[in-house]
Design a protein around this ligand. Structure first.
Ligand SMILES: [Zn+2]
Length: 327
């Protein structure tokens, strides 16, 4: 899950090529990016699988990158629907095992829909079988390089990021993008998330990293600039916790429209009563749920991210663009 609010491009320096053993597949805001890492034995690891709506597209992109080599495993950074919605399709297409963050394993294994966030956000994710787990601190070899999984709570309490000290690379999921980071979901339900996010930013600041492969948006190499932007956004949220909640509602509404393309306005506002994360966020904003949703829809319309037509809310993202492009 992501925050589509900040996608402005920057005049960053050209990004150096990644190691030959790695491929980065840049997607959009509905489906996260994928990273494919090849080992010497012609097997590969895939990081994250995108949203279910684009699952067949994801399978074909990964198949093209594999070019006959075997996908040995899929590892999820975290179990948000835009990072694991393609898991079932990938497992079916390539027969590979799926590993999830250790703290997510019990809920995923039991498919505990209350513990997983799909229903709470009104999003979709087909059930998939989990074969194993990755623990914070665990060391893995991927793409012929040594990586370490690191806990990255804040956006999602159980998220992992992957750091490679020898190649000075970071697979950052939704903990750090070029222009921000994912919604701090724990804060919406009154749990701590801002402190954790700050700790993650400080952790990244202390790592040897020259290039970041984020969960959304392009690869970037100006890590200090991205951290400065993230620090600023987090400070603003801390100063006004309603800001995170207002942004969360807009992000969730935009996500639903990217998925469904058009919805009756009444159906969208009534989600405030059934999708727990939206209910929580509305409470944080201090408005009745439907009113908070109405305001978010009006703001998105004013920004041109949706348009209102005869009681319908229509996404304005061109669908061809929404499926993203390989990078
Ligand atoms: Zn996420």
């Amino acid at each position: 899950m992501n925050a589509a609010a900040s996608t402005a491009s920057q005049g960053a320096a050209p990004v150096e090529r990644l190691p030959a053993s790695m491929r980065f597949i840049q997607r959009d805001w509905l489906s996260c990016n994928q990273v494919v890492l090849f080992d010497d034995d012609d097997t590969a690891t895939l990081i994250d699988s995108g949203y279910v709506k684009h699952a067949s597209d994801t399978v074909e992109r990964v198949r093209a990158v594999l070019d006959g080599r075997r996908l040995a495993r899929l590892i999820n950074t975290h179990l948000h629907s835009d990072h694991c919605g393609g898991n079932a399709a990938i497992a079916e297409a390539f027969g590979c095992p799926i590993l999830v963050p250790q703290a997510e394993y019990p809920a995923a294994h039991a498919w505990d829909e209350d513990a997983l966030t799909f229903r709470a956000t009104g999003q979709r994710c087909p059930r998939f079988a989990v074969a194993g787990q990755v623990a914070p601190g665990e060391r893995l070899t991927m793409g012929g390089l040594r990586w370490q999984a690191l806990a990255a709570p804040g956006h999602h309490p159980h998220s992992l990021i992957f750091h490679c000290a020898e190649a000075r690379l970071l697979i950052s999921a939704d903990a750090l993008w070029r222009n921000g980071f994912g919604v701090i979901f724990p804060e919406l339900s009154g749990q701590s998330g801002f402190d954790e996010q700050q700790a993650v930013l400080d952790l990244i600041r202390g790592l040897p990293v020259d290039r970041v492969l984020p969960g959304h948006g392009p690869v970037f190499n100006d890590v200090a600039a991205a951290l400065a932007i993230a620090d600023g956004r987090l400070a603003a949220m801390r100063g006004d916790a309603r800001r995170n909640a207002r942004n969360a509602i807009k992000v969730l509404v935009k996500f639903l429209l990217l998925d469904r393309e058009r919805m009756p306005r009444s159906a969208l506002t009534s989600l405030a009563g059934s999708a727990r994360v939206l209910t929580d966020a509305a409470a944080r904003v201090g408005l009745p749920g439907p009113e908070a949703l109405d305001r978010a829809i009006d703001e998105l319309a004013a920004q041109g991210q949706v348009r209102i037509e005869d009681g319908w809310v229509v996404d304005t993202t061109p669908q061809a663009a929404a499926s993203g492009s390989a990078g």
